[in-house]
Design a binder for this molecule. Structure first.
Ligand SMILES: *Cc1c(COP(=O)(O)O)cnc(C)c1O
Length: 424
C-alpha cells in the first residue's frame, strides 16, 4: 500500500473502509471523548502502554486519517493536525523551544509567522535572527550557542523566492539543529522538502490542501530523521515532568518529536483541529493534484500575459524564464510553481489600490489557495503592521499586488485584469 502513487494516496491512504462500517467517504467522528472498556484499559491508554483514543483534543479517528494521509504524501513518518497553520507553527516551536533559545529564519516569511517570531516569541524569551536565504552561508553566520531550530518557507509568501533547501539543510546539519519548512505555498503536489533534508514540515491546510476556502487547519509532519540525542535537546533526553518522567527519545525513538507534539503540545496548548474541518479538508485534498496542475498553468499564463501589459512595471513568478528564481524553480518545482503571482503597476501605491478595488472576478481578500481567484495589496493590508524596512525584507513593495490565481477560465481572468488595469 505504501508504494501507491501520490494521486491514489490522496483518495485512499489511511482509510480502512471495513473498520469504518463500509463508509466509502471518510466519516466524521464528531465525539469529544471515547468510552474505555474498563479502568485498566483507561490506565493503559493514559500511560501509553496501549494506543487508543482518549479525548478529541489529543486524538480523533477522522483527524487520524487526515494525519496518516498528509504524512504519507510528504514522505514523513507521522503527523499531527492542528486548528490552523498558525497554530501548527506555534505548537511546533513551543514544543521544541524554551526561554533563552534562538531561532534562525529566512526573512521572506508569511506576515503572521514574521510577527510571531519578531514580536510575540521574544516576549517569552525566544528570539529570532532573520537572514537573507539566497546565500545559505547566511544561516551559519547567524548561528549562536543557543540556536535550536531553523525555520524557512520553501516558496516564500509573498516574495515567491524558491529556497535552495538542499544547500540550506546541509548547512543546518552542521549546526545539529532541525530544519523546519513551511511548505504551504508549494504543497506536496509540487515539492517534498523531506527529500532535500528537511526535518519537520508545516502546512496551513486552509490554503491549497483544502482548496475551497471553507475550513481552517494546519499540520505538523515529522520526517523522523533528526537525532534528538545529540546533546542539544534535553526536552527529549531527560525525564519529562510533563508526562510522568517519560524520556521521549528512549521510549519513542524516531517518533519522539511528533509524540511530544501530540501528548504535551495538543494537551497543553489545545490547538486541536475540529473533526468537521478535518472532513472538509479530506474532501478538498482528494483533488489536490489536478487542482495544482491548473493553478500552475493558469498562473504561468497570466504572468506571461501581465508582462506584456503596458500598465504593469514588473511581474514576479518563479516559472518565468526572466525570473531570478527560475533555476531554483527548475530544480525544486519542475511540475509547476504554484498559483501565486505578484506584480507592480505604474503609479505605485495609489494605482495598486485602484486595481484591487476594480476587479470583479478576483475577490479582494486575505487568503490564498482558493479555487476562486483572489487579489490583495499587501502593503495596505496583510503587511500593514510591518515597518517599511520589514516590508521590504519580506518582499513587499508599495506597488505590489498579489494574485492567488484560481481555476476559472484563463480568458475571463485576463479580461477581468485588463479592465481593472485600465482604471490606472
Ligand atoms: C496562511 C499561511 C499560514 C497560516 O495559516 P492559517 O491557516 O491561516 O493559520 C502560514 N504559512 C503560510 C505560508 C501561509 O500562507
Amino acid at each position: 500500500m505504501s508504494n501507491q502513487k501520490f494521486a491514489t494516496k490522496l483518495l485512499h491512504h489511511g482509510h480502512d473502509v471495513k473498520s469504518n462500517s463500509g463508509t466509502r467517504a471518510v466519516p466524521i467522528y464528531q465525539s469529544t471523548a471515547y468510552v474505555f472498556n474498563d479502568s485498566d484499559h483507561a490506565a493503559n491508554l493514559f500511560s501509553l502502554a496501549e494506543p487508543g483514543n482518549i479525548y478529541t483534543r489529543i486524538n480523533n479517528p477522522t483527524n487520524d486519517i487526515l494525519e496518516q494521509r498528509l504524512a504519507s504524501i510528504e514522505g514523513g513518518i507521522a503527523a499531527v493536525v492542528t486548528a490552523s497553520g498558525a497554530s501548527a507553527i506555534a505548537t511546533t516551536l513551543l514544543t521544541l523551544l524554551r526561554s533563552g533559545d534562538h531561532i534562525i529564519a529566512s526573512n521572506s516569511l508569511y506576515g503572521g509567522t514574521y510577527n510571531l517570531l519578531s514580536v510575540t516569541l521574544p516576549r517569552h524569551g525566544i528570539t529570532t535572527t532573520f537572514v537573507d536565504p539566497s546565500d545559505p552561508n547566511n544561516f551559519i553566520e547567524a548561528a549562536k550557542e543557543n540556536t535550536k531550530v531553523c525555520f524557512i518557507e520553501s516558496l516564500g509568501n509573498p516574495k515567491l523566492d524558491v529556497l535552495d533547501i538542499e544547500e540550506i539543510s546541509k548547512k543546518i546539519k552542521e549546526l545539529k539543529i532541525p530544519l523546519i519548512v513551511d511548505n504551504t505555498v508549494a504543497t506536496p503536489a509540487l515539492l517534498n522538502p523531506i527529500k532535500y533534508g528537511a526535518n519537520i514540515i508545516i502546512h496551513s491546510l486552509t490554503k491549497y490542501i483544502n482548496g475551497n476556502g471553507t475550513a481552517l487547519g494546519g499540520v505538523i509532519i515529522d520526517a523522523g530523521k533528526f537525532d534528538w540525542e545529540n546533546g542539544k535537546f534535553p526536552e527529549f533526553t531527560e525525564p519529562s515532568p510533563g508526562y510522568h518522567g517519560l524520556v521521549y527519545s528512549e521510549v519513542l525513538g524516531e517518533s519522539a518529536f511528533i509524540a511530544k507534539v501530540r501528548i504535551e503540545g495538543l494537551r497543553d496548548y489545545g490547538s486541536a483541529l475540529s473533526p468537521f474541518n478535518a472532513f472538509q479538508i479530506i474532501q478538498g485534498m482528494e483533488t489536490l493534484k489536478i487542482r495544482m496542475n491548473l493553478h500552475c498553468s493558469n498562473a504561468l499564463e497570466l504572468a506571461k500575459w501581465l508582462e506584456q501589459n503596458p500598465k504593469v512595471r514588473w511581474v514576479n513568478y518563479p516559472g518565468l524564464s526572466s525570473n531570478s528564481q527560475y533555476l531554483n524553480a527548475k530544480k525544486y518545482l519542475p511540475d509547476g510553481q504554484s498559483g501565486l503571482v505578484t506584480f507592480g503597476v505604474i503609479g505605485g501605491y495609489e494605482s495598486a489600490k485602484k486595481v484591487v478595488d476594480s476587479t470583479k472576478l478576483f475577490s479582494l481578500l486575505a487568503n490564498i489557495g482558493d479555487t476562486k481567484s483572489l487579489i490583495i495589496h499587501p502593503a495596505s493590508t496583510t503587511h500593514q503592521q510591518l515597518s517599511e524596512e520589514d516590508q521590504i525584507k519580506t518582499g513587499v513593495s508599495k506597488d505590489l499586488i498579489r494574485l492567488s490565481v484560481g481555476l476559472e477560465s484563463i480568458y475571463d481572468l485576463k479580461e477581468d485584469l485588463r479592465e481593472a488595469l485600465n482604471y490606472i
